[in-house]
Design a protein around this ligand. Structure first.
Ligand code: NAD
Length: 431
């Protein structure tokens, strides 16, 4: 195992360079300066700030906001609270956001934010104070038309509500101030369907692949066996949607403490109720099933594996022994480059993150549009528009893959970067 395999930013850059070389040689020559312009984030903000803890002590925290591309304004990207958040991870995630928005055709640049903290070890009140202070620290660089945050690991509607409130307090005259963040509570202008959007979008991509018979031997999702790695927002919703709407058998589920497997299938809602009710807040122990490590679970028999936890989870040693025929990447960067090569060699159909999990930012875009227009759409409308966006994006990436004989990840990079380069040429360089 080489260190590089664990370095998310390096991996992203390697993939970027390969796609650039391909576009330059096979599609159209690119000016060197334009490559740098596309590669480098235009703003990397690091903030250090104090938070009063419940016991009266003061702790210092480090937060980030990285704005990657000025292809379009605003930039768009989630905020992550986790102990391993650092500038490199946030930068890699911001870069992914730039490409993801191009893949689904949204008029956004990419960004990402985060705070290095362990939300599981903090009280609600401490997290609220941290969120309000972090929002204040990044206030100068966010806004409905400049940069619009959203939830990611460790954050959700509550944090988005607080960020909106903080922004509004300092910008009372701004029209459509609710559009400063997406993934808000419904009462504050959140969109119906945003909570489950990432998973719903992934399900639509998978459905489209099956409908078009692009996956060897898979003509229907009914009774297909699925393992879900990560059981938070995205993991829970994909398990529920695939089980309830598509008739899949969810045979394995894991979280940060480990997982469970049952060939007969698990009921996603019951597993979540169990997770919420035990002191460990884990799926481990559900129905007396054997405790499996995450690695063992990912190597267990299934047709579809859905990584929905975090980056760098499917490593080369795991990829070699995995049984899945399809990987639906709902987490960002879950598969390392070495593991991906092994999977492609094994003819596994990998639906890459910048396509598969773009449903989240797509419904965030719908929320932003609703806020700007003072509208509130119905669930059917949101789902129909999302389905169309995801099916079109899937079609575009498949076409790129077929036209240039590329795997789906390379095709998604090439497609997104070709579009981004055109935008740079068309806008020109200021002044
Ligand atoms: P979340 O915090 O709600 O859930 C993360 C889950 O992963 C938790 O259950 C946690 O216990 C589990 N986990 C952590 N480490 C693990 C490990 N080593 N093995 C197994 N499980 C582990 O976060 P989320 O919002 O569901 O995000 C999950 C992934 O999806 C992230 O990569 C995120 O960037 C990506 N994503 C999220 C959104 C969104 O809208 N929330 C959009 C696009 C992409």
């Amino acid at each position: 195992m080489i260190d590089e395999e664990f370095d998310f930013l390096k991996r992203t850059k390697l993939e970027f360079e390969k796609a650039i070389r391909f576009i330059d040689a096979e599609i159209k020559p690119i000016e060197k300066g334009v490559v740098k312009f596309l590669e480098q984030p235009f703003r990397q903000l690091t903030v250090r700030f104090p938070v009063k803890m419940d016991d009266g002590s003061v702790e210092m925290f480090t937060g980030y906001r990285v704005q990657q591309s000025r292809l379009y304004e605003p930039t768009k990207g989630g905020i992550r609270y986790a102990p391993d958040v650092n500038l490199d991870i946030v930068t890699a995630l911001a870069f992914d956001m730039t490409l993801k928005c191009q893949v689904v055709g949204l008029p956004y640049g990419g960004s990402k934010g985060g705070v290095c903290c362990d939300p599981k070890k903090m009280s609600r009140a401490e997290l609220d104070r941290l969120t309000r202070r972090y929002a204040y620290e990044i206030l100068a660089v966010i806004g409905p038309d400049t940069d619009v945050p959203a939830p990611d690991i460790g954050t959700g509607e509550r944090e988005m509500g607080i960020i909106y409130d903080t922004y509004k307090m300092f910008n009372p005259q701004t029209p459509y101030a609710a559009a400063v963040v997406t993934g808000k509570p419904l009462n504050l202008g959140g969109s119906i369907g945003r909570r489950e959007a990432t998973a719903q979008g992934g399900a639509y991509v998978l459905e489209e692949a099956v409908k078009r018979r692009d996956i060897d031997g898979l003509s229907s999702l009914k009774d297909t066996s699925v393992i879900v790695q990560g059981y938070g927002n995205v993991g829970f919703h994909i398990a529920s949607i695939l089980h309830e709407d598509f008739g899949c058998r969810i045979v394995g589920i894991c979280d940060s403490k480990g997982g469970v497997y049952s060939e007969d299938g698990l009921n996603p809602k019951e597993v979540m109720a169990y997770k919420n009710s035990n002191p460990e807040q884990s799926v481990v122990g559900y129905d007396g099933l054997e405790h499996l490590t995450q690695e063992k679970l990912m190597m267990s028999p299934c047709e579809i594996l859905v990584p929905a936890a975090k980056e760098t989870q499917i490593l080369s040693n795991i990829a070699k022994d995995m049984k899945a025929e399809v990987i639906l990447e709902l987490a960002n960067g879950p598969t390392t480059n070495l593991a991906h090569e092994i999977l492609i060699g094994k003819k596994v159909y990998v639906l890459p993150d910048i396509l598969a999990n773009a449903g989240g930012v797509t419904v965030s875009y719908f929320e932003w549009l609703q806020n700007k227009a003072g509208e509130s759409w119905e669930l059917g409308q949101v789902k129909e528009k999302l389905q169309r966006k995801m099916a079109t994006a899937y079609g575009n990436i498949v076409e790129t893959a077929k036209n240039h004989d590329l795997d789906m990840r390379r095709a998604a990079f090439v497609y997104a970067m070709s579009k981004a380069i055109n935008v740079i040429y068309e806008r020109g360089i200021f002044p």
